[in-house]
Design a protein around this ligand. Structure first.
Ligand code: NAD
Ligand code: ZN
Ligand code: ZN
Length: 389
């Protein structure tokens, strides 16, 4: 089959790789009908995530039709149409039972290595390096789903692939980021990053009852989409994020802040430590350095810092400000199973149709390397890429 593969920092290639096979009774294999590129894939492309190997199949946002089912898997049958959450879950371990699906203790065979190297262990993730299990991803024609009896969401026929595809990751991720802000009605929330996650986060804040959303980015089309979603926008390149936020909130600061940027805000090729010392010596401004610090600094005392933005290793957090302002941070890979069904209902009721963020479509994975570049460079007004392989 064809698949998009990682070939080292900055290089993605469409290659022919072996078709996946059932390896365990709980597995299933789908024929992928739609898959997307995520901002998290850019961290892999940029070489920020260790333990990627040449030839690893990328992709963790996908859906498709079940074509083969393992013997013990009675939850699925051939022909079922499913969305695949990016977190692989067993459904039975302590963390799964507690609803902390992204912390599943059983599905990451390399969890021990991850814990030894980084001090934490996640569930197995599709297409996201060997520390998260080394599972091939879904930017491919076929995908093997381990623990597929639990790791799936069946979707009704009356909704299109594009309407439900983002239930695989970014819509629940954005919704959890907003949910973590304890919105009760009337709050002002600031969102750093107006990529696909940021835009759906703005929508989710409003769905949950926020009165105002302030959105920060610098890409004009993204700021325009954020404005269309109802946000007041700030271009961080103007260098006045903190002042503008204070002005917009009458000196108080937002009730909660959401960092939907992740590691890239360190600056493409800059070591995080270098960025930290450059900020300390004022050779670069905080504005350009680190979205998470900006968010922490802007948040009103007693507020909430919600971080869907992905971090992998050791990053310079503004811990003094964080501790002394008594902030609460909520973060984590998304507990997909908490949100998928309720959000499917919201889509069905017509409260939201997440497909509005798609700007680029292709029916061929051969276009993958070019579209990765387009998405990374934000060329051609690109916000979200979807393949129909
Ligand atoms: P993206 O790369 O398309 O968007 C990031 C946006 O941040 C870009 O528009 C960029 O211009 C903007 N940005 C960069 N530096 C900034 C700064 N200093 N201030 C404000 N904006 C800045 O990615 P995306 O697909 O929208 O994903 C966003 C983040 O969410 C990524 O880190 C991704 O890995 C993460 N993510 C997390 C989960 C999870 O489970 N927690 C799931 C999906 C994605
Ligand atoms: Zn993703
Ligand atoms: Zn589990």
């Amino acid at each position: 089959m064809k698949a998009l593969t990682w070939q080292g920092r900055g290089t993605i290639r469409c290659e022919t790789v072996p078709d996946p096979q059932i390896q365990d009774g709980r597995d299933a294999i789908i024929k992928v009908t739609a898959c997307a590129i995520c901002g998290s894939d850019l961290h892999l492309m940029g070489g920020y995530v260790p333990t990627m190997e040449k030839g690893d199949v990328l992709g963790h946002e996908c859906m498709g039709e079940v074509v083969e089912v393992g013997k013990e898997n009675t939850a699925l049958k051939v022909g079922d149409r499913i969305v695949v959450p990016f977190t692989i879950c067993c459904g039975a371990c302590r963390q799964c039972q507690w609803g902390n699906w992204s912390l599943c203790e059983r599905t990451n065979p390399n969890g021990k290595m991850q814990a030894e190297q980084f001090g934490y262990a996640t569930a197995g993730l599709f297409g996201y390096s060997h520390i998260t299990g080394g599972f091939p991803g879904g930017q491919a024609e076929y995908l093997r789903i381990p623990y597929a009896d639990v790791t799936h969401l069946k979707v009704p026929e009356d909704l299109s692939d594009e309407q439900v595809l983002f239930l695989s990751d970014i819509f629940p991720t954005a919704y959890m980021a907003a949910d973590h802000c304890d919105i009760k009605g009337g709050e002002t929330i600031a969102v750093w990053g107006c990529g696909p996650v940021g835009i759906l986060t703005i929508k989710s804040c409003f769905l949950l009852g926020a009165a105002r959303v302030i959105a920060i980015d610098t890409v004009p089309e993204r700021l325009a989409m954020a404005r269309e979603a109802g946000a007041e926008v700030i271009d961080y390149a103007e260098g006045k994020v903190q002042e503008s936020i204070l002005e917009l909130t009458k000196g108080l600061g937002p009730d909660a802040v959401i960092e939907a940027v992740g590691m890239e805000s360190h600056g493409a090729d800059t070591l995080v430590q270098k960025v930290a010392s450059a900020v300390m010596s004022k050779t670069i401004s905080m504005e350009r350095a680190f979205a998470l610090n900006q968010a922490i600094l802007a948040c009103r005392p007693g507020g909430i810092v919600s971080v869907p933005g992905v971090y992998v290793a050791f990053d310079p957090v503004a811990m003094g400000a964080f501790m002394n302002k008594g902030l609460t941070m909520r973060t984590g890979q998304t507990h997909m199973h908490r949100y998928m069904k309720p959000l499917l209902e919201r889509i069905r009721k017509g409260e939201i149709d997440p497909s509005f963020i798609i700007t680029h479509r292709s029916s061929s994975l051969e276009d993958g390397p070019d579209l990765y570049d387009t998405f990374r460079e934000k060329k051609d007004n690109c916000i979200k890429v979807v393949f129909r392989p």
